[in-house]
Each structure stands twice: as structure tokens, then as C-alpha cells.
Design a protein around this ligand. Structure first.
Ligand SMILES: [Zn+2]
Length: 327
């Protein structure tokens, strides 16, 4: 009887330590994955966290949701008794920056591309209770930035109008590990935040830029999904280009968004590989691509219309001049 009680208590203790309870009552289960000697990936409810552990301290990329940060901090403490000195946000979304304020309170200095700070500031202005001021990055950059930390150069670079308008990727040059932020969802259709400056074209270009910087042996921490390789990243880049071309052709053929959303042929080979089983379903993905193509075409069509108006204006002026000469 007694031993059974002890066993139950021990089991309960195990359950409580393995899963932290969130405010919503949902269980969170974090997983620490070793990427190289000193680089780890922490997976949980939000976007993947990148961590570098070394003599200088801890370097962190993204921090998931506010309600999960205590559990995340516990996991980091298990690996190192040194503090997190620097934290880089890959973009402004709440599943990557939710833990910012709590991290800042422990002394971490937060870095981001300048548009991340602007977008977070906008959110604070709209709803002051949701995000505290301490969540704002204190150091911002426009193009790139290099840390000299834990025995290597850590290169942080901006990719333009990809997942959002403030995306940064982080490359650990000696460890040969890249964190892509949400520009890359490994093996799944990505989310492109068009309303916040993201674009399909920019996403394809961003993956191309990443490939220029890394090499075929690089290990890749994606924004979401499991650890990836150069080939995985290239596959997503190709998938985006192929789907882009197909949707573009249908747009030019005057197909509507609803019609394209039902064209399962466009994504057939990728659906078969499970690309549509992540957060973004095939239909949502097709609608997103359609909107991105439509936006791109609208600006081309607007410019063509403005050019036509300018030509008509000049033609009218010349006719008037001729008329004057004759009289
Ligand atoms: Zn995101």
C-alpha cells in the first residue's frame, strides 16, 4: 500500500516536471535537440528556439510564447548556469517574441531588424496591456550585424519582404548552423504575412540568399518543423518557385482566387509529400500565393495605367500645339 503510494507520487512528480502547465491549461512539452557541439534547438509550442552555449554565456534566437517562457528558462538553466546575454528576434510574431519581456528582466539584451521594433511598438500602441515596453528590442539594425561570441562569429542578416518585412536569419559561422526564422518551415507550406510586408517573391529570394551564405553541410534550424539540411531548404525554394509560376499563369488566364484555391493539381506532388499537413493547409497556401501574385500584378497594372495616362496627356498637348500653329 505504502510503496504504491510512493510510486504514484513519484509518477505524478515526473509528470509535473516533464510537462509545464500553461495558463490555458494546455500542456507544453519542450524538447532540446543537439545540433552541434554548442548549438541546440529548443522545440515547443511556438517557433523553434536556437541556443549557443559556451564560455561567454548563452546566446538565444527567439523565445516562443510568454506563457511558456518559465519552462524554456528552466531548460536553458539545465544546460548552463551562465546567463542569456544576447537574444535575437527573427521577426515580430508572438510565437517568436512572446518571452521577450521575461528575458529582458533577466538581463538579456534584445536585438532585431528595425522593422521588428516598429511593428511591436505599433502593437503596444494599439493595446498597451498585451505587450509590455520591456519586450521591445533595444538594439536594431537595417541590414546585418556580427556577434563575436562563444568562440565564433555569428552573422545576423536581413532578408527583404519575405515572411514579414523584418526577417533576420542567424548563421553560426564555425558551427555551420543557420537559423532561418519563419522564412523556412521544413517540409510544410510556409505562412507568408502579406499584411505585414511579407511576399512570395521575397521568400524565394530570401532562401536563395541563405543558400549563398551556407554550404551543403550546414545544419538548418527552421522557424517551424524539424532540423533541416541545405537540400531541404532548396526543396522548399523550388516548391515555392513552381507553385508561384503555376498560380501566376492561372491569374493571367483570369482565374479567380476561389477557382485557384480548388485547383489541387497545382500542388499535387507537394501534397503527396505532406506539405499541406502543417499550420497552412493546401487551400490556405493557394489563396496566399494568389493574393501575393495579385498584389504584384496590381502594381504592374497600375504602373502601366499611369504610363498610358502620361502618353495620352502628351498626345493631347501635341495636338493642341498643332491646332494653334494652323490657326
Ligand atoms: Zn512567424
Amino acid at each position: 500500500m505504502f510503496s504504491k503510494f510512493v510510486l504514484n507520487t513519484a509518477f505524478l512528480f515526473f509528470v509535473l516536471t516533464a510537462f509545464a502547465q500553461t495558463d490555458t491549461g494546455e500542456k507544453i512539452n519542450t524538447k532540446l535537440v543537439k545540433v552541434s557541439n554548442k548549438i541546440y534547438m529548443l522545440q515547443g509550442n511556438g517557433g523553434n528556439i536556437g541556443l549557443s552555449f559556451g564560455n561567454d554565456g548563452v546566446f538565444m534566437i527567439d523565445d516562443q510564447f510568454a506563457e511558456d517562457i518559465e519552462e524554456i528558462q528552466k531548460q536553458i538553466k539545465k544546460m548552463s548556469d551562465k546567463p542569456v546575454r544576447f537574444l535575437v528576434n527573427t521577426h515580430f510574431h508572438g510565437d517568436h517574441t512572446g518571452g521577450n519581456a521575461a528575458m529582458a528582466q533577466t538581463g538579456a539584451v534584445i536585438f532585431s531588424q528595425e522593422n521588428v521594433r516598429k511593428r511591436l511598438q505599433g502593437m503596444i500602441q494599439r493595446d498597451t496591456k498585451k505587450i509590455p515596453e520591456e519586450a521591445l528590442p533595444v538594439v536594431t539594425f537595417s541590414e546585418d550585424l556580427t556577434f563575436h561570441y562563444n568562440g565564433e562569429k555569428i552573422y545576423v542578416f536581413h532578408v527583404h519582404n519575405a515572411h514579414t518585412d523584418g526577417d533576420a536569419m542567424v548563421y553560426f559561422t564555425s558551427s555551420n548552423v543557420l537559423h532561418t526564422g519563419d522564412v523556412f518551415f521544413n517540409g510544410k507550406y510556409p505562412f507568408i504575412d502579406i499584411e505585414n510586408g511579407g511576399s512570395l517573391k521575397g521568400s524565394i529570394e530570401a532562401l536563395g540568399k541563405a543558400r549563398l551564405i551556407i554550404n551543403e553541410d550546414t545544419k538548418i534550424i527552421p522557424g517551424h518543423g524539424n532540423l533541416g539540411t541545405y537540400k531541404d531548404l532548396q526543396k522548399t525554394e523550388n516548391m515555392l518557385s513552381v507553385v508561384y509560376k503555376r498560380v501566376y499563369a492561372n491569374y493571367l488566364n483570369k482565374k479567380t482566387e476561389d477557382e485557384v484555391a480548388k485547383m489541387t493539381d497545382i500542388t499535387k506532388e507537394y501534397d503527396a509529400e505532406g506539405y499541406g499537413t502543417g499550420f497552412i493547409s493546401t487551400e490556405a497556401f493557394l489563396r496566399m500565393i494568389y493574393k501575393s501574385v495579385a498584389g504584384e500584378r496590381k502594381s504592374i497594372e497600375n504602373n502601366a495605367e499611369k504610363n498610358k495616362q502620361a502618353r495620352e496627356k502628351v498626345e493631347k498637348m501635341m495636338k493642341e500645339q498643332e491646332h494653334k500653329k494652323k490657326n
